[in-house]
Design a protein around this ligand. Structure first.
Ligand code: UDP
Length: 254
């Protein structure tokens, strides 16, 4: 197969030049990092599962009219996406207190919030992705007020839809992080959902037992990490047919 140009390597994904202009190939790795990079490890099969889970959720969201960067899955670890200009803000939605919110404000993990909260973090690793307000975002030009209106409207719909979808399979969507990008078509710009939606960037708790089924199992060294990711895929009805023993998938080509 032809060698492809690697454009970017992140902690969990690699982006390659796509087969045609305006497209990229997003490759999902098994590597995981936590605690600002202090903890590193491999979650075997994570890349395969996240590729599939993110595909499934983005396709479902597209069906209710949420524009996304997703085009199609190419193989076990890769998907074709539209090239977008990433807005350097991580959007976090919280339905139940956990993680950073609980630590910062002293609210017990598991406390249902009276209403969903949207938070923004400036995507800047050197600054450890600081919490910012809409004022910072528009003041420093990371996004304009119209972008933010679109982002908030899309984010609320995404939260409602995903909360219901997960609840249907016995999972509570505690919180999640998403990213948006600008997609240019001729002279028109659209804000679209980008990056990925997977147990790497969602908190997913079993609705009955509150057992954690997401990356917190890795972050907090709770064990049974692979099993948790598989269980999310299994409940969504999308475990790869080959099963979990055969999930190595194609190797990265440099
Ligand atoms: N999150 C993420 N990437 C980050 C920080 C957070 O995907 O760099 C997700 C995380 O998985 C959780 C939500 O955003 O679902 C809220 O995370 P929080 O702010 O509580 O931070 P954490 O406790 O993970 O440091």
């Amino acid at each position: 197969m032809a060698r492809r140009r690697q454009l970017y390597e992140g902690k969990a994904k690699i982006l390659f030049e796509g087969p045609e202009p305006g497209t990229l190939v997003q490759y999902f790795k098994d590597e995981a990092t936590a605690l600002g990079g202090q903890r590193k490890g491999i979650i075997t099969g994570k890349g395969v599962l996240n590729n599939r889970i993110s595909e499934y959720l983005m396709v479902k969201l597209a069906e209710i009219g949420i524009p996304t960067h997703f085009v199609r899955r190419l193989n076990m670890r890769e998907q074709l996406i539209r090239e977008v200009e990433i807005i350097p803000v991580e959007i976090v939605v919280r339905n139940v207190a956990a993680g950073g919110l609980s630590a910062r404000l002293g609210i017990a993990e598991g406390t249902r919030l009276p209403r969903s909260i949207i938070e923004y973090y400036y995507k800047n690793e050197a600054l450890s992705n600081p919490l910012v307000s809409e004022e910072h975002i528009t003041c420093f030009g990371w996004a304009v007020p119209q972008d933010m209106d679109d982002i908030v409207a899309l984010t609320l719909r995404i939260n409602d839809f995903l909360s219901g979808l997960f609840l249907g399979v016995g999972i509570t969507l505690i919180d999640f992080k998403i990213e948006f990008g600008r997609l240019w078509e001729n002279d028109e710009m659209r804000i679209v959902l980008a990056d990925e939606i997977s147990p790497d960037n969602c908190r997913l708790w079993d609705s009955k037992t509150n057992e954690k089924m997401d990356k917190d199992r890795f972050r907090r060294d709770l064990g049974r990490v692979e099993e948790a990711y598989q269980e999310v895929a299994r409940r969504l009805g999308i475990l790869p047919e080959a099963g979990v023993r055969d999930m190595k998938g194609p190797e990265v080509m440099q």
